[in-house]
Design a protein around this ligand. Structure first.
Ligand SMILES: NC(=O)c1ccc[n+]([C@@H]2O[C@H](COP(=O)([O-])OP(=O)(O)OC[C@H]3O[C@@H](n4cnc5c(N)ncnc54)[C@H](OP(=O)(O)O)[C@@H]3O)[C@@H](O)[C@H]2O)c1
Length: 268
């Protein structure tokens, strides 16, 4: 592919850049992978389950035969919720994504989407995996990133929070706590890793496949509720919020920011 020219200075910014999407095998991360490929990037996706990774790689290759040709798309399956192995997994992932060069953009959407336990059922043991995948893994990526990335303003790390950080639903204290912590972590990293840019996306109700599965028979009811709770009268789609991640990769003047994609639900 040819790099950006005078007439592609906006659309050509990601051409041939190495973009790692941790959580890119489904949902929001998968849509970010599609968007990055459409913009000419070399993409690495990561998830926990091998069959799901293989399916995602096959689907992306079938949808984008030109953009994925010549090993421009690759993937790795690792369990980033396993605290004894999380640091070595992070290093292996970064090694693969950087290849013989340097990584330019890291996006992390990975998280276990199982609904959290209510406060009355919280246990220290049960919290371990949630904290490992949502906080420990991003922090360890930050630790090892300078060895695999040019920590310059043209590069970026984007974390994922959620509207729960600012307006938790009943029963979601565990996730609210982690989303809030992710936003604070992002601000700390924006200072500690400067001039690398570090930001977070805070999605609202995004109808990814896992969310549809969890809602099951309550899907229609949840869509109605999401419509009522938004200023745009709809729930969100992964393709919509993917634009937020793309923007944060491309605007080299934005760092330490939380970008909300939630249909205005905090004002509704
Ligand atoms: N969808 C929403 O409404 C919404 C709203 C607010 C915030 N968010 C946030 O957005 C992010 C993505 O949500 P989503 O709906 O796109 O979820 P999703 O479709 O389930 O995607 C999660 C991704 O993370 C990977 N993953 C999960 N646990 C992992 C582990 N232990 N190790 C490695 N990879 C792991 C998954 O792979 P495997 O399936 O193979 O594990 C998958 O690739 C999450 O952080 C979520 O909290 C979502």
């Amino acid at each position: 592919m040819t790099g950006p020219s005078a007439t592609t200075k906006y659309t050509g910014q990601l051409i041939d850049k190495r973009v790692l999407i941790v959580g890119g095998t489904s949902g929001i991360g998968y849509a970010v992978a599609e968007a990055a490929l459409e913009h000419g990037a070399r993409v690495t996706i990561v998830g926990k389950q091998v069959p799901k990774l293989e399916k995602a790689l096959a689907q992306l290759s079938a949808t984008y035969p030109t953009q994925t040709a010549g090993s421009r798309l690759q993937g790795m399956a690792r369990d980033l919720g396993d605290s004894p192995t999380v640091e070595s997994s992070v290093q292996e992932i970064l090694q693969l994504a950087a290849g013989s060069g340097k990584l330019q953009h890291l996006v992390i959407t990975a998280a276990d989407m199982t609904p959290p336990p209510p406060v009355s059922e919280v246990t220290a043991e049960g919290l371990q995996r949630t904290t490992t995948i949502r906080l420990m893994a991003p922090l360890l990526f930050a630790k090892h990133l300078p060895g695999f990335m040019d920590c310059a303003t043209a590069s970026s790390m984007t974390l994922t929070s959620g509207a729960h950080a600012h307006k938790p639903d009943a029963g979601w204290s565990v996730i609210a706590a982690h989303c809030g912590a992710v936003e604070s972590l992002m601000k700390g990293l924006a200072i500690d890793l400067r001039p690398l840019r570090v930001n977070a996306v805070a999605p609202g109700a995004i109808m990814t496949d896992v969310v549809k599965d969890i809602l099951g028979p309550f899907y229609d009811q949840a869509i109605q509720l999401a419509k009522e709770k938004s200023l745009v009268a709809s729930a969100g789609a992964p393709e919509q919020v993917a634009q937020a991640y793309l923007y944060l990769m491309k605007d080299t003047y934005v760092t330490g920011s939380v970008l909300e994609s939630n249909g205005g639900m905090l004002l509704a």
